[in-house]
Design a protein around this ligand. Structure first.
Ligand SMILES: [Zn+2]
Length: 467
């Protein structure tokens, strides 16, 4: 055991040297205009769902222009996926770097500038996709170009995937298609893509989060059944009344709190770096004696963190009734349930039925949009490399693993056994609130773009470079 530890350290130290020497060969100042040009060109392409091939055409031209062969895979010709592979010596399994090309729609009247102009103003680049997901797409592209130009020797293949349909994939054109029909083209030991980020406080990056897990959408419909009748005649088995009570019960239900490796590390690290008052809440959370009060605080003041603690149940749609004078025989509610990665979902639904405790209300499962996906491990070569590189690109920042309460294409990769990690460029808290991904207006600080590209580059070289 000890021998392995020593060997592990030696490899780690070498990796750092290797990354430094290769990283040192990139003149980042000289590369800036090129990074900016690719990024702006990609933001300027309107790749709202259904038009992803526009980005594929651009990427194909750039990659092939530098002698990197590409392959496209398209279930729908307007929504193609592109794969490029740089070969390693095969001593380790591949590294997959991926980003989605599609962006969510825009309401033009909400934008102070052209949403597809990549306008540069006030230190920001403005545009749909400027955060989600074109920084990752750009960083991955630049990594491929530089690996090729510098002739970096690789222990692993580096696979570049630009995928369609992450935001809206009712046709299954993106990751589902690639995993189902072309998995051999993207199969890897590790993957890196959107799903993490970094926080800027007072002009400095203070924390870098690496996405290692996500919750699983496990939605259901509650259906209450009663006797139909005339609105002038009250009935105790009125479906609306039964549904209303059930919705209230499940909406207030305190599902059991359960931490996993990621969320435990998250709250421990947050306790270490937060101001005293908030830190005491996180510490209390980790202590079974004081946990309940801390959970109550988070439920009210930090719903996102509250959701990280448990499988959550949120009523989102109600449907019932055809007329003011008609008692309908059925009433239904949709519950957006987001399960912890290790949840036993059958047992969870059974528990929910006990909470509802009403034979008139049935639970019907809705089709699952994502496969169950285990959390990626914190101790892998990839995670450790990301931690180390984050420390060099963003000195003194705390690196924190994070579990997304939302769902992403990492689910399909993790479900296939790939250890997948989430990254993202740095933002201030106010930018995260006022200019978020999918928000009315999206923008990225130009000063966040370049360190992010360097971060991706250094991780790729350290994990895939020959040692
Ligand atoms: Zn995205």
């Amino acid at each position: 055991m000890k021998r392995f530890l020593v060997a592990g350290f030696a490899v780690g130290a070498l990796a750092v040297l290797q990354a430094q020497s290769s990283g040192g060969r990139v003149d980042w100042n000289k590369l800036r205009p090129e990074i900016l040009q690719h990024y702006r060109s990609l933001v300027q392409l309107d790749t709202t769902s259904g038009h992803e091939t526009r980005a594929v055409d651009y990427l194909k031209k750039v990659l092939e222009g530098e002698g990197i062969p590409t392959q496209t895979f398209a279930l729908n010709p307007a929504r193609a996926n592109l794969v490029a592979r740089l070969k390693g010596n095969g001593s380790k399994r591949p590294l997959l770097i991926l980003a989605h090309t599609d962006v969510v729609g825009v309401q033009k009247e909400k934008w102070p500038v052209d949403p597809f102009g990549a306008v540069m103003k006030d230190g920001y680049i403005w545009g749909r996709g400027s955060k989600d997901d074109k920084p990752v797409l750009t960083a991955n592209l630049v990594a491929m170009l530089m690996l090729k130009r510098l002739g970096i020797q690789l222990d692993r293949d580096v696979i570049f995937l630009a995928e369609s349909g992450e935001e809206a994939d009712l046709e299954g054109v993106g990751i589902n298609y690639m995993v189902r029909e072309h998995f051999a083209e993207i199969d890897a030991e590790f993957a890196m893509t959107e799903g993490g980020g970094a926080r800027i406080d007072a002009g400095r990056v203070t924390r870098v989060s690496i996405g290692t897990a996500e919750k699983l959408p496990a939605r259901v419909r509650l259906v209450a059944r009663g006797t139909a009748g005339h609105g002038s005649v009250p009935r105790l088995d009125n479906a609306l009344m039964h549904l209303g009570v059930a919705v209230d019960k499940v909406g207030r239900w305190e599902t059991p709190m359960r931490l996993n490796d990621t969320t435990r590390a998250y709250f421990e690290k947050m306790a270490a770096i937060s101001p005293a008052e908030r830190a005491s809440i996180y510490k209390a959370l980790l202590d079974p004696k004081t946990g309940a009060d801390a959970q109550k605080f988070l439920r009210e003041h930090s719903p996102g963190e509250y959701s990280m603690l448990r499988t959550s149940v949120v009523p989102t749609i109600l449907k019932a009734g055809v007329g003011a004078n008609v008692i309908p025989s059925e009433a239904e509610a949709t519950l957006d349930i987001r399960a912890l990665p290790d949840e036993n979902i059958d047992a969870f639904y059974a528990e929910m039925a006990k909470v509802i405790a009403d034979p008139a209300v049935g639970i019907e499962r809705l089709p699952q949009t994502r496969p169950p996906s285990p959390a990626s491990k914190l101790g892998t070569e990839m995670y450790r490399a990301m931690e180390r590189v984050a420390g060099t690109i963003y000195p003194n920042a705390t690196v924190i693993p994070s579990m997304s309460t939302g769902a992403s294409d990492q689910a399909q990769l993790r479900a296939k056994g790939i250890q997948s990690y989430g990254i993202g460029p740095a933002s201030t808290e106010s930018d995260e609130i006022n200019y978020p991904a999918h928000g009315d207006v999206e923008r990225l600080a130009e000063s966040s773009l370049y360190p992010f590209v360097q971060y991706v580059w250094n991780v790729v070289v350290e994990v895939a470079g020959h040692k």
